[in-house]
Design a protein. Sequence first.
Length: 377
Amino acid sequence: EFGADRKGPLSLTKIGMQLLGKLLYCLAGLPALEDGDADYVPQPQGKDRQFSFGRNWQQFVTLGRITMQSVVAAANEVRAAVGGSLLSFRGLRVLDLGCGSGLSSLAFHLQGAEVHSIDVQPASLEATEELKKAFVGPNIVGANAWSLSRASVLKVQELAEIRPADIVYSWGVLHHTGDMLQSLHNAQLAMADDGLMLVAVYAEEFYDEKPNLMLAKQAYRNSSAWSKEQFEIAVGMHYLGPQMRAGRSPFEAIRDYSKETRGMDFWTDVRDWLGGWPMEFASATSVMTFARRSGLHCIGVRRFGGNTEFRLTRAAGVERWTSGRRCIPLPPESFKEDREEIMHGVQQNLYFHRDKSLRRWWRAELPTAFAEFSDGG
């Protein structure tokens, strides 16, 4: 059941939603996909075939879907992800691991960083190179250089050839490699001793129906080109439906999508999400357990949509990356079981879940010193 609800008798409302979805999709002008898994490319080390993210990012760049609004949103987002009191990235070396369209690389570069973009898919590197030429120019050298190379996070030897970075940035990438924990382990090898690793992976806590989601992605992968289009329309309208019921125009929601989602384009993201394969989930507990056993310190956790973003560093980098931040620990005893079911209401408002989850929640009151940063919820 997606945006155009097919349960029960057909109605003018349902027909109208389906026609609106088709109109919005056609206006986007996405290139047609191929039948079956022709859009999925082989991976190294015998892993399952991977969705051709690069081709999707190519149309994102070449069809002019990146606007100045997108660039500003991406720049603001990478600054928020790093956090702390850092005023500029000048003098820092950033490794964009799984660069995709190159938009995050551009955001770091425009704020003074020396950037090295890597990806395993040549099409992604081509998209990044195209973006670089459009916004920066082809020949940038020196402290503000921007270089590209092909490498896989699953191949330690390829990462070892890359100069250690102050910031290793990998947003929404590692859960699509087919071996997420190995990818996490390898990614830290490219980080300087006092560096920072920023990774975002699919949040196990966010998705209530993981088996059904995996079946939907497999069905999409094996469908005809026409059926894939219907999948994309349905998922797009599933996202837009609650906003339309709240009185928001779907055209406005699509137009402003980049401001709310790191500079991304709505229909490009729909295809990226549906096609994204292989796919794994990770709980915050599992990632922090990995970090502790790997000698890493988790200095920040942030939920962003269906992803959880982690800031990880070694002992030598804790002071460097927490400078200017005020930290107040929440003692374990401050967390109480949510018997009033306040979190159930938050979950439904935030994620549009129609039914109560069977999950049990524990919560703690925000310290008084941080009350000014609360949304009041």
